[in-house]
Design a binder for this molecule. Structure first.
Ligand SMILES: [Zn+2]
Length: 154
């Protein structure tokens, strides 16, 4: 999937674990983010043709998604960690041409059933994925607000 979809789901995981003890939260989020990358690559999706312009656009969109989630739950560190780890397997697409002989991450190797779809359905599946991630983050934010009100703190 696009980096922006991976960033949204990884960021939502970071948001979910924001109250965990630091080390425990970081391990849980890293494992969850990597598993989410594999599962999301199974869902039929559209990948852009490999070019610098698309990559920059995708990274910019991912940073915007990270920033929005971090702002919604006030947890930039853990949200960044989740988004970063969820995106990092795709770094190998850049490395394959000059450092790696071929892809090594599980959802990028040849035998893996990488989900593919045309432009419109392939963007829709990713839009829905991003939508679900934001629905979850907004739910966390509402819960946190309710807890604050319940405890009598302003
Ligand atoms: Zn991937």
């Amino acid at each position: 999937m696009l980096l922006v979809a991976h960033a949204a789901v990884g960021g939502a995981m970071g948001a979910t674990a924001r109250r965990e003890p630091r080390a425990r939260g970081m391990v849980l989020v890293a494992v969850g983010a990597l598993v989410s990358h594999v599962l999301m690559d199974l869902i039929p999706h559209w990948d852009y043709p490999f070019s610098l312009g698309w990559i920059i656009l995708d990274i910019a969109a991912s940073l915007a998604v990270f920033g929005l989630i971090a702002w919604l739950v006030r947890a930039p560190g853990m949200v960044f960690w989740g988004a970063f780890v969820a995106c990092i397997p795709d770094l190998e697409h850049v490395l394959v041409s000059w450092l790696l002989p071929g892809p090594v991450f599980v959802s990028h190797v040849n035998w893996f059933p990488h989900g593919q779809a045309g432009l419109v359905p392939g963007l829709l599946t990713q839009a829905v994925t991003v939508g679900v991630a934001f629905w979850w983050v907004l739910r966390l934010r509402r819960q946190a607000g309710a807890n604050r009100r319940g405890s009598g703190r302003p």
